[in-house]
Design a protein around this ligand. Sequence first.
Ligand code: ADP
Ligand code: MG
Length: 257
Amino acid sequence: MAESRKPVISVHDLAKNYGELKVLRKIDMDIYKGEVVSVIGPSGSGKSTFLRCLNYLEELTSGEIDIGGVSLKGIDEDKHNKKLNEKAAKVIRKNVGMVFQQFNLWPHKTVLENVMECPVQVKKANKEETKKKAMELLARVGMDGKADAYPTQLSGGQQQRVAIARTLAMEPEVILFDEPTSALDPEFVGEVLNVMKDLAQAGMTMIVVTHEMGFAAEVANRVCFMDGGYVIEDGTPEEVFKHPKSDRAKQFFSKIL
Ligand code: ADP
Ligand code: MG
């Protein structure tokens, strides 16, 4: 019982500066298995930086992130932490997948090759098995019919679904999504959100930065509102959308809802 209540990700006092600019000021957050957390907030509030710290795409200035049994620590507290972080990052990247706004598929590889690349290169997985699994994942996102196509031959929605299959191929414990539908034409948003909804229902732990308030309200079981480098609201969609405590969140929702 105690084990099952251990957070998958635990963030303590996380701060991130770019020079003088304080982007994340003091973030504390525990994320548990199977939670779907929507992170919302105005542009520039630190949402992407937060996700990038979780995946060690950015160095932490101070504080600590525990994730998958290893820790990342701020380098302002001890410069040696950088070396330790780099070591921990190898474990973290296996456990934490990330899906970006711009898909980032390899343009000169087919859909199938894109999905197979990381398991074969990073995990040194068996090629035949990896291929079989990749086809299953493509079927899961409705893209098995396009296995031999190249990314440029696909719509944005299709590319993003392939990017999700590619992330799943690494069997991550958590997936971070950074505005996965923001670069899409409106007609393709729904198909990507549906894939994410299926993942959520299958029990995947997900942190989703999104402007899709409908998705946040319907699929997430937790909504975090960020502003100025702080998490100002953290609760159920009902609590945060219907009864925000802060004026900042009230103001934000009055503009977008
Ligand atoms: P959001 O995703 O909420 O829009 P970001 O995390 O991208 O916000 O950015 C937060 C702030 O940090 C912004 O002011 C942005 O200009 C700044 N910032 C982001 N990345 C960098 C960087 N690599 N160097 C300097 N400043 C950055
Ligand atoms: Mg962003």
